[in-house]
Ligand binder design. Structure first.
Ligand code: PBG
Length: 339
């Protein structure tokens, strides 16, 4: 046994320990035996911003992310596939001229998202294309649903439009539609609409527990989609609540969701764990723009190491129980993991 340095004379109080957890941490191979959660590119989904313009425009608060041109999108996806990322989720930045009170552009079969899906599916057969179902990029009010003159967000009327939006995406070849709007009953309605048109193989990834979070700030800046009036608290969940996530889960499962999601991820690890324990469906978690921006901001100042904190944040989301993670770090994480 190694002696303690002379500056620390023995006190005679050496503990008699049978259990020494440190034995399992002694060597890298032993630590690998004891490792519970693993991170691999196959678990990551890359969110991408798209727009109509011919150039890629970087997003200041999200280093490494840009609003991509149609060309840029293909290039980005090709790169991601090469790094082992097999799935992307698309978010459109829509021109102001196309934003209306009724968000009609969301249902346009020739809109930016359907055209982008067709281009991706034509070029990359194996790629899984996930689309966002919600009206905020298309709404002149910046809300995920239709806004009544008195400011209320109309539920059932919105669900009608969301169904037509999901159909436009499915017709274009979307593999998975992901309603992020938090209207009641939208999962079942979208399932029925898809099936009625023969899209029985299109999956639904439901944003089951989406919180009214302040961590979406950089995303709303990226898409210029911040709500013009009022917050999203009448449809997105109160950050104080976890039991309510169980209620949303029960509804989504009953309505036919194929996968369920928690968003944001890092501040809601307990909710990820809760869903993991309550369902056998795959559980996804969305590490949102604010979580990404925080790590970058601290790393830029030299206060944190980007690589190790990003990988630790992703591993923690896996440990909490997420099968799949939507993260802007997806490509970089895949490269780090391959090193
Ligand atoms: C809106 C939507 C939002 C995000 C994904 N879909 C923003 C919002 O609800 O206001 C946020 C993603 C992020 O912050 O990275 N349907």
């Amino acid at each position: 046994m190694l002696a303690a340095p002379d500056s620390h004379p023995p006190t005679g109080a050496t503990p008699a320990l049978r259990n020494r957890p440190r034995r399992n941490r002694r060597l890298p191979a032993l630590r690998a035996f004891a490792r519970e959660a693993e991170l691999s590119p196959s678990r990551l989904v890359l969110p991408l911003f798209i727009h109509e313009r011919g150039d890629d425009v970087p997003i200041a608060s999200m280093p490494g992310c840009a609003r991509l041109s149609p060309e840029g999108l293909l290039r980005e996806v090709e790169g991601a596939l090469g790094e082992g990322i097999g799935s992307v989720v698309l978010f459109p930045a829509v021109e102001d001229g196309l934003k209306t009170l009724d968000g009609a552009e969301a249902t346009n079969d020739e809109g930016l998202v359907p055209r982008s899906i067709r281009a991706l599916k034509a070029r990359f057969g194996e790629l899984v294309v996930i689309t966002d179902v919600a009206l905020d990029p298309y709404s002149s009010d910046g809300h995920d649903g239709l806004v009544a003159p008195d400011g209320r967000i109309l539920n059932d009327e919105t669900v009608e439009v969301l169904c037509r939006q999901a159909l436009a995406q499915a017709r274009a070849g979307a593999d998975v539609v992901a309603p992020s709007d938090m209207m009641d009953g939208r999962v079942g309605a979208i399932r029925d609409a898809l099936d009625a048109e023969g899209h029985t193989e299109v999956s639904i990834l439901s944003y089951t527990a989406k919180y009214a979070s302040a961590f979406y700030g950089p995303f709303r800046e990226a898409l210029d989609s911040a709500p013009k009036g009022g917050g999203k608290q009448t449809y997105q969940m109160d950050p104080a609540n976890a039991r309510e996530a169980e209620r949303e889960l029960a509804l989504d499962v009953a309505e036919g969701a194929d996968m369920v999601m928690v968003k944001p991820a890092g501040p809601y690890l307990d909710v990820i764990r809760l869903l993991r324990e309550r369902t056998d469906l795959p559980v996804a978690a969305y590490q949102v723009s604010g979580e990404y921006a925080m790590l970058h901001a601290a790393a830029e100042r030299g206060w944190l190491d980007l690589r190790s904190t990003a990988l630790e944040s992703l591993l923690s989301i896996r440990r909490a129980g997420a099968d799949v993670i939507l993260t802007y770090f997806a490509r970089q994480a895949a490269r780090w993991l391959a090193q």
